[in-house]
Design a protein. Structure first.
Length: 261
């Protein structure tokens, strides 16, 4: 799911329903076209994350709430103690079902699983509920197995984790977002907070929300034991989350946009 679609889903999670035109009015001011927004809503509906109780009205589904919960729970893993056990997901899906296979792989990689061997994925965190929901929704009950335990041989070291989760690429994303936040975004936040204009604050709030969503999707949020000592992920996340809270608190409480903070 694209970051913009995730923020749209987040907005729907905070209200009973929203109209397509409301989404268009908000996101056009962020540079998105009406066609792009309506297509995004159609994709979310087709994938079962939202429903349309009436023409051009949308509300989030249980699947949508579960998705928001699973993705937003990832950064909280940085504050959890790891028990040194692993979730292992093994799959064997026939070629004629490759669309289901690819969808399942994409879903668990976004959760934070890493590819250990061909069709064998591992995570230090317990995502069995989410994985089981993906298995059931895609009709892969007979094609996927889930185990949990410790490695008797071939333990995952920080060096192995660096390769399995391609942490060099994740680190590069964090460094780029850190530079962007310090040189471009924070000055805009400072100015918007001084002005106190609700719409401007809200648009920046959406922008930082999309940025965080993108980071949540690429960062596996591994335990400290598997990360290099100088890992910048937690520091950058904390800074961006602080800016998000700052914007949310600055939006006037009597504003329509305060509903979404």
């Amino acid at each position: 799911m694209l970051s913009v679609e995730k923020t749209m889903l987040f907005l729907l999670s905070r209200v009973d329903q929203m109209g397509a035109q409301q989404f268009v009015e908000i996101y056009e001011q962020r540079g998105y076209t009406s066609t792009y927004i309506r297509n995004s809503l159609s994709r979310l509906k087709k994938e079962g994350y939202i429903a349309s109780p009436a023409r051009s009205l949308y509300q989030i589904t249980d699947n949508g709430r579960s998705y928001i919960k699973s993705i937003n729970s990832k950064p909280a893993r940085y504050h959890q103690k790891w028990d040194h056990t692993w979730d292992v997901v093994m799959l064997e899906v026939p070629e004629h079902e490759r669309k289901k296979r690819d969808a399942f792989r994409a879903a668990i990689l976004q959760l934070g699983f890493g590819l250990l061997y061909n069709s064998v994925y591992i995570s230090p965190w317990n995502y069995r509920q989410e994985v089981t929901e993906y298995i059931q929704s895609l009709g892969l009950t007979d094609n996927v197995s889930i185990l949990r335990g410790e490695f008797a041989e071939g333990s995952i070291t920080p060096a192995k984790a660096w390769t399995i989760w391609q942490l060099d690429k994740v680190e590069a994303v964090y460094q780029e977002k850190w530079r962007w936040s310090q040189t471009e975004f924070v000055p805009l936040v400072d100015e918007a907070v001084r002005d106190g204009q609700a719409l401007r604050l809200f648009l920046l709030y959406l922008e930082i929300g999309e940025t965080l969503s993108g980071l949540f999707m690429v960062d596996p949020s591994l335990p400290d034991e598997l990360l290099p000592a100088d890992w910048s992920g937690k520091t950058v996340l904390a800074e961006l989350q602080a800016q998000s809270r700052r914007l949310a608190e600055a939006i006037p409480r009597d504003s329509f946009y305060a509903l979404f903070t």
